[in-house]
Every structure is written in structure tokens, then in C-alpha cells.
Design a protein. Structure first.
Lengths: 178, 123
């Protein structure tokens, strides 16, 4: 983690901006991959945005991760989605970031980035289900919980591995001329 | 246990909780057809028959008489006096989205499940 005393405010802002752009790009790429057309799992997504949000949490702190996440949800809803998308992704993002905040606070070093990603993917899916339960009957939504929790494991692990790599690369780069 | 970049011992607790949640929520998945309803449409109206309660309905439509039976969570046409009897040959249906149609009598029976609602939103 980049120490805050050495890091100027401008540099942190730039890093946040770059990560926000990355998150938006991931949102767009996700919209292109038609994973949700699998018959059994409508609404399935890779959760690539989680890479950018988690990197922000690791590099710039959890407060910046909240800012990036809120901006990402609002902007991607404006660019690629509508009101329903906004509600769904806002609920998902809120719950996943809430869990990351708790995990980072109570066990900072003893948890791997991969597990952090899997946990936040699961929380994201549960948050989206809560949003769905606002629109639909609660029973219909409950039937979907096991499927989405199972799906959170491979998608979370995938984004977790990418995040681990990216974190290592960015940490190495901070000593250079970045 | 080996500690690597991708796995630390504390992760077991996270994965354990997740596995527990999955196991706890699995029974919900297999109870989903109970809330289904058979929607019976005929010449002169529609009828909603919950699959949870057994009943028999006799309807007159386009001069034909059909006996529709709901039994043990399935619905089927017991007897019909239409020429082809395709509706009787369809047999019992129970899963959401499946249907029985009798063209001569203008009768259709469609199973509606609440699971379908989610697909509509996701699309």
C-alpha cells in the first residue's frame, strides 16, 4: 500500500481517476460479453469492475474506493443502462464495498486478495437480489440465492487473481517514475 | 497449510462461511414449483387454478366439453369431446412455461411460475 504521507493529493486523485476510467471500461466490456444469455443464469456477470474498485481500496484507501464505486455506478448507469440497472448495481456495489470495508478493518493482513474478491462478489450478488426483491415477490428471488452464491466463487476467484497480479505490478511501479 | 499470494490460512473462514450459506440456501431452490398456477383460458373467460390444491373443472367452450383436473401439483385434461384429443394426449404438465392447448375448443392451459418473472426483468 502506498503510504499516505509520501503521496501527494494530486497523485492520489490521478490514480483514482485512472481507476475510475478502468472501472467504466470494465462496465462496458461486461456489457459486451453476453454471459447473461445462458438460459439458467440471467443477470450473470463477471464482476470485472470489482478489480478496479478493489485496487482503489488497496492502493488509495477505502474512502477512495467508496468514491470511485459511487461514481462508477452513476456513470455506467448513465452511459450503458437505465433506472433499473442503477438500482441493481447500486445495491450490489454498496453491499460488496460494505463487506470489503468490514474485512479490511477487522483483519487487514490475514486475508488474501482472492478471498476478498470472492467474498465481495458474493455480497454483490446478495445486494442485487435484495434490489430484485424490491421489484418482485420475495419468494421468486429467494430461489435464486444458491445459484448466485455458487457463481460468485469462480467469478470472484478470477477477478481476485487478476487483482493480485495488478496490485503486485502497480506496487512495483510506484518505486519507479509513475 | 501453504501460504501463497492467492491463498492465506484466514481465507478458509471466508470460504467456509460461503459454503455454509450455499448449503443453507439450497433447499429453497428445490421448493420453487409449489407456488405455480395453471392459467386456463377458454371461450368465455380465464381461470387461475393453483397447482397446490386438487380440483376438477368442467368447461364448455366452442361447443366442446373438457374436464381439466389438477392433481398432485400437475394439471391434465381428463376427458374431451373434441375431434383430435391432442390435449388429452399431452398428458400431465407441471413445470412453469409448459402448456396444454386444445385448438378446436379454443382452450389453453399455461403453467405460470414466479421464476419466470426474474427472467423478464433480466432480459
Amino acid at each position: 500500500m502506498i503510504s499516505h504521507d509520501k503521496q501527494s493529493a494530486a497523485r492520489r486523485l490521478c490514480l483514482d481517476a485512472v481507476l475510475l476510467c478502468t472501472a467504466l471500461l470494465f462496465s462496458y466490456v461486461e456489457a459486451l460479453i453476453p454471459l447473461s444469455s445462458f438460459p439458467a443464469l440471467p443477470g450473470l456477470k463477471l464482476g470485472l469492475c470489482n478489480i478496479a474498485v478493489l485496487l482503489t481500496a488497496l492502493l488509495c484507501g477505502i474512502a477512495d474506493a467508496w468514491a470511485v464505486s459511487i461514481c462508477r455506478v452513476l456513470l455506467s448507469a448513465l452511459l450503458f443502462g437505465g433506472v433499473t440497472t442503477l438500482l441493481f448495481s447500486a445495491c450490489g456495489a454498496f453491499f460488496s464495498l460494505l463487506l470489503i470495508t468490514c474485512l479490511r478493518r477487522f483483519c487487514p493482513a490475514s486475508i488474501s486478495i482472492t478471498a476478498l474478491c470472492v467474498a465481495s462478489a458474493a455480497a454483490h450478488n446478495i445486494g442485487q437480489l435484495l434490489a430484485a426483491s424490491l421489484l418482485l415477490s420475495a419468494r421468486a428471488v429467494l430461489a435464486y440465492i444458491p445459484l448466485l452464491l455458487i457463481v460468485a466463487v469462480p467469478t470472484g476467484a478470477l477477478t481476485g487473481i487478476v487483482t493480485t497480479w495488478m496490485h503486485a505490478i502497480l506496487n512495483r511501479a510506484k518505486g519507479g517514475a509513475v | 497449510m501453504r501460504v501463497s499470494r492467492f491463498f492465506k490460512p484466514f481465507d478458509c473462514i471466508i470460504y467456509g462461511i460461503l459454503l455454509l450459506l450455499i448449503c443453507l440456501s439450497l433447499p429453497i431452490l428445490y421448493g420453487k414449483t409449489n407456488g405455480s398456477v395453471a392459467v386456463l383460458t377458454y371461450d368465455g373467460g380465464t381461470m387461475r387454478l393453483p397447482l397446490s390444491e386438487d380440483r376438477t373443472e368442467t368447461i364448455l367452450s366452442q361447443g366442446h366439453t373438457l374436464t381439466v383436473v389438477v392433481q398432485n401439483g400437475t394439471v391434465f385434461v381428463q376427458s374431451a369431446d373434441c375431434p383430435d384429443r391432442i390435449c388429452m394426449q399431452t398428458g400431465p404438465v407441471s413445470s412453469s412455461g409448459s402448456s396444454i392447448v386444445c385448438l378446436p375448443a379454443h382452450v389453453s392451459i399455461v403453467i405460470e411460475g414466479r421464476i419466470e418473472d426474474i427472467d423478464d426483468i433480466a432480459r
